[in-house]
Design a protein around this ligand. Structure first.
Ligand code: IPM
Ligand code: MG
Length: 363
């Protein structure tokens, strides 16, 4: 029997609509093969939402997302919205979506693909075999802690305030997600904090140690965030699963992504404890190449695979997509961002066509 899924599409800004179109085509073909019927609804977010409605996350968008089984997001932002006041910048659309859907767990895999190893700026012997999963807390910490704002002191000076705060239950729920993921990987979990300075990190470390008792099969270690940044570029293979807070995870996941040399290839998942997750590429909206058919759609396509695996529990369909991506790379197909000597340069649409050819060979 065909299974039905409602998917909200948020193409967003820049290259978003181009890469989303490829992912949707791939999903449609995979859906036919695997008896999955996707009902797609498109909604506005980010700069395009600001232009159309004045706000980066219109209430209708959040409502549409809430009523769907999963949300596939492309990218938001662009220079034309950079000078707007902070509350109505495109980024607020993303933060509002995370908070509005309670997506506290952000999964950011950084895996070196053998076909692209020379795209890394690090030496082959350092990055070969790297396969890291960064689990970033996404709805707490200094991003959302109160008080926050720019206030005036009695002396008439302005004072900018953010608060890094975590409750035990917030730490425990992200901790459990990370332990569960580590269990399905290589049973090594590294918790990253700044417990030598920050009380909030001392609590974080204490709770991670406490949770570890329920996961005797997972080896838990701790690193301070500055050392973790250093270790990531020095010897990244030592890491399997990393769990960390919102801000540290923002920074470390970019560093981890860059190890692979191909940020255009990396998907991510944001999950809550119930309700739809949001699946999106790690890269941004690349306004400099928007509308030129140059974008790499593969991270968007791999985000659709993550959606199938983590959002819809359809691992079989996810594997098909992942294998198709590997195959097009094996065939030597490359977009400009991952091009190397001897490979074939394709545009966004042609890369999509190459994928569809692999998934559904036209006999
Ligand atoms: C990310 C981005 C966002 C963040 C911005 C765009 C708000 O950097 O998803 O990593 O800081 O979380
Ligand atoms: Mg970031």
């Amino acid at each position: 029997m065909t299974k039905q899924y409602r998917i909200t599409l948020l193409p967003g800004d820049g290259i978003g609509p181009e890469i989303m179109a490829v992912a949707v085509q791939v999903l449609q073909v995979i859906g036919k093969q695997m008896e999955l019927a996707f009902e797609f609804q498109e909604a506005l977010i980010g700069g395009s939402a600001i232009d159309a409605t004045g706000v980066p996350l219109p209430p209708e968008t959040l409502e549409t997302c809430r009523q769907s089984d999963a949300v596939l997001l492309a990218a938001i932002g662009g220079t034309q919205w950079d000078s707007l006041p902070a509350e109505i910048r495109p980024e607020q659309g993303l933060l509002g979506l995370r908070a509005g859907l309670s997506l506290f767990a952000n999964l950011r895999p950084a895996k070196i693909l053998p076909q692209l190893i020379d795209a890394s700026t690090l030496k082959r012997e350092v990055v070969e075999g790297v396969d890291i999963m960064v689990v970033r807390e996404l709805t707490g910490g200094v991003y959302f802690g109160q008080p926050k704002g720019i206030f005036h002191t009695e002396a008439g000076e302005r004072r900018g305030v953010n608060t890094m705060v975590y409750t035990e239950s917030e730490i425990d729920r992200i901790g459990r997600v990370a332990f569960d993921i580590a269990r399905k990987r290589n049973r090594k979990l590294c918790s990253v904090d700044k417990a030598n300075v920050l009380e909030v990190s001392q609590l974080w470390r204490d709770r991670m140690n406490h949770l570890a008792k329920d996961y005797p099969d997972v080896a838990l270690s701790h690193l301070y965030v500055d050392n973790a940044a250093m270790q990531l570029v020095r010897a990244p293979r030592q890491f399997d699963t990393i769990v960390t807070s919102n801000l540290f995870g923002d920074i470390l996941s970019d560093a981890a992504a860059m190890l692979t040399g191909s940020i255009g290839m990396l998907p991510s998942a944001s999950l809550g404890s119930s309700g739809p997750g949001v699946f999106e590429p790690v890269h941004g909206s690349a306004p400099d190449i928007a509308g030129q058919d140059k974008a790499n759609p593969l991270a968007q396509v791999l985000s659709a695979a993550m959606m199938l695996r983590y959002g819809l529990n359809e691992p079989g369909a996810a594997v098909r997509i992942e294998q198709a991506v590997m195959k097009v790379l094996d065939q030597g197909n490359r977009t400009g961002d991952i091009l190397s000597e001897g490979m074939t340069l394709l545009g966004c649409r042609a890369m999509g066509a190459a994928l569809l050819d692999v998934i559904q060979p036209s006999s």
